[in-house]
Design a protein around this ligand. Structure first.
Ligand SMILES: [Cu+2]
Length: 460
């Protein structure tokens, strides 16, 4: 309340209250994905995505959020180590931004890296709420030590629009899964599947493939790409024919072993920072490997200077995303005798036609009462056991974790806040409980989170 009373005192003395560093206004907006595809949604500052916010690591900021809608809102600062009062989640007790009201967030952004901000409200059966809307944007926390070894920098947020209910599993990312399935139950649940959420209209930022300006490059340039999957519903791949992505950071955190790959893969909530050497003059389509998704809009043209031709797409090979190639090879973090292991078993309860499936954690529904209690200073290993037929992007709020096992392989040194656990797969992540307060854990697919795929950690 200190800041407020300072403001009141200033107003009484005729001075302006402290001005915020950033003001975000939540309000209805139309987005022209293409001339014949104009959609109506909710955005930030009359746009979707919202502005790229730049903050300095360790320097306190004040953000005023003005809510010009009829429903309470939450702005979540994804990937920051900040207290629950400002993290932006009802479950953690963050006060919402009231309808037609405002709220001031004050926090110290850390650590440096590619973060993002987005709404964190529940949507349930309303496909015009929560992360189905256009409330998302990049947040770059700068260390001041950016070496700047690139010629240009682009921000690419992957999106789908106009979601609808479907009783079919519309996922495409799992079809080629080659990973082990240690959590596959001996007896599969054969009850009829419930509703899923699908989409057929896609964009990168606010434009469908071909409708926006191309990324204009010159031969010999190095382009730094910040990618974000801001989808509410699906994991996505991205390829650029003739080029490779030199992956520098995952979820904004530098990887121990930067490497070039042909294709990127991001679950909802994940970010990849990668540079591309522009060494193949031409006009190319960068986009989703699946024809229907790319032709539905998930792509952008990359145009070299002095090249005039139809943008070219060359079929991409099979996706082969593997986080561990960026880690310390064959390593697990040094054994810590005080390490505490917490098993988390995820199951889906098929609800049948016309109903949403629900999810449980360790056989129980949210909020699990006193099940997940952390002791300050203790190192924990969360073992994610995915006993469902879908890959899930799992996100822990207010903490970063180290990936220690996935695809049946040990790894170390990869620091993330969201990890996609393959279907019937298992992953383990380690973190130190050093951010007291309620901490939300959930699947970043909106309808999974809304229908039970979440848990609340508390500190003893
Ligand atoms: Cu999920």
């Amino acid at each position: 309340m200190g800041a407020l009373s300072v403001g009141v005192a200033r107003m009484l003395s005729g001075q302006e209250p402290d001005k915020a560093d950033v003001t975000l206004r939540i309000a209805p907006v139309t987005v022209e994905l293409a001339p014949d595809r104009v959609i109506s949604t909710i955005g930030y500052n009359d746009a979707s995505p919202g502005p790229v916010l730049r903050m300095r690591e360790g320097v306190p900021v004040t953000v005023d959020v003005v809510n010009d809608t009829d429903v309470p809102e939450q702005v979540h600062w994804h990937g920051l180590l900040i207290p629950p009062e400002v993290d932006g989640a009802d479950e953690e007790g963050t006060p919402p931004v009231p309808p037609h009201g405002r709220r001031r967030y004050q926090f110290t952004p850390q650590p440096a890296g590619t973060r993002w901000y987005h709404t964190h409200t529940m949507a349930m059966t309303d496909l015009h709420r929560g992360s189905y809307t256009g409330q998302f944007g990049f947040l770059i926390v700068e260390s001041g030590k950016d070496p700047g070894a690139y010629d240009q920098e682009v921000f690419l947020a992957l999106r789908d629009w106009e979601p609808f209910f479907t009783s079919q599993l519309v996922d495409t990312d799992e079809q080629n899964q080659k990973w082990p399935q240690p959590e596959r139950p001996a007896m599969l649940d054969t009850r009829p599947n419930g509703l899923e959420v699908g989409a057929t209209i896609y964009s990168i930022n606010d434009k469908a493939l071909g409708a926006g300006e191309p990324i204009r490059v010159k031969a010999g340039q190095r382009v730094l790409m910040h990618l974000l999957n801001a989808s509410a519903i699906e994991n996505r791949g991205i390829a650029l024919p003739g080029h490779t992505f030199h992956v520098l950071a995952l979820d904004g955190n530098p990887v121990p072993a930067p490497k070039a790959v042909d294709q990127l893969f991001l679950g909802p909530g994940e970010r990849v920072d990668a540079y591309v050497e522009m060494s193949q003059p031409g006009v190319w389509i960068m986009g989703a490997p699946e024809d229907d998704i790319r032709n539905g809009g998930l792509g952008v043209v990359v145009e070299y200077a002095n090249q005039r031709r139809q943008p070219q797409w060359v079929a991409a090979g099979k996706p082969s995303w593997d986080y561990t190639i960026f880690g310390k090879p064959g390593a697990q973090p040094a054994a810590d005798p005080s390490l505490q292991t917490i098993d988390m078993i995820f199951e889906k309860i098929p609800r049948g036609q016309g109903k949403f499936n629900s999810f449980t954690v360790n056989g129980k529904a949210y909020p699990h009462d006193q099940e997940f209690v952390l002791k300050q200073g203790t190192r924990y290993r969360l073992v994610f056991r995915n006993r469902t037929d879908d890959a899930h992007p799992l996100h822990l709020h207010r903490h970063l974790f180290e990936l220690t096992e996935i695809y049946g392989k040990a790894t170390a040194g990869i620091i993330k806040d969201t990890v996609v656990v393959p279907f019937y797969g298992r992953a383990a992540v380690d973190f130190v409980a050093n951010q007291p307060g309620l901490t939300l854990f959930h699947c970043h697919i909106q309808h999974h989170m809304d229908f039970g795929f979440k848990a609340l950690f508390r500190y003893a």
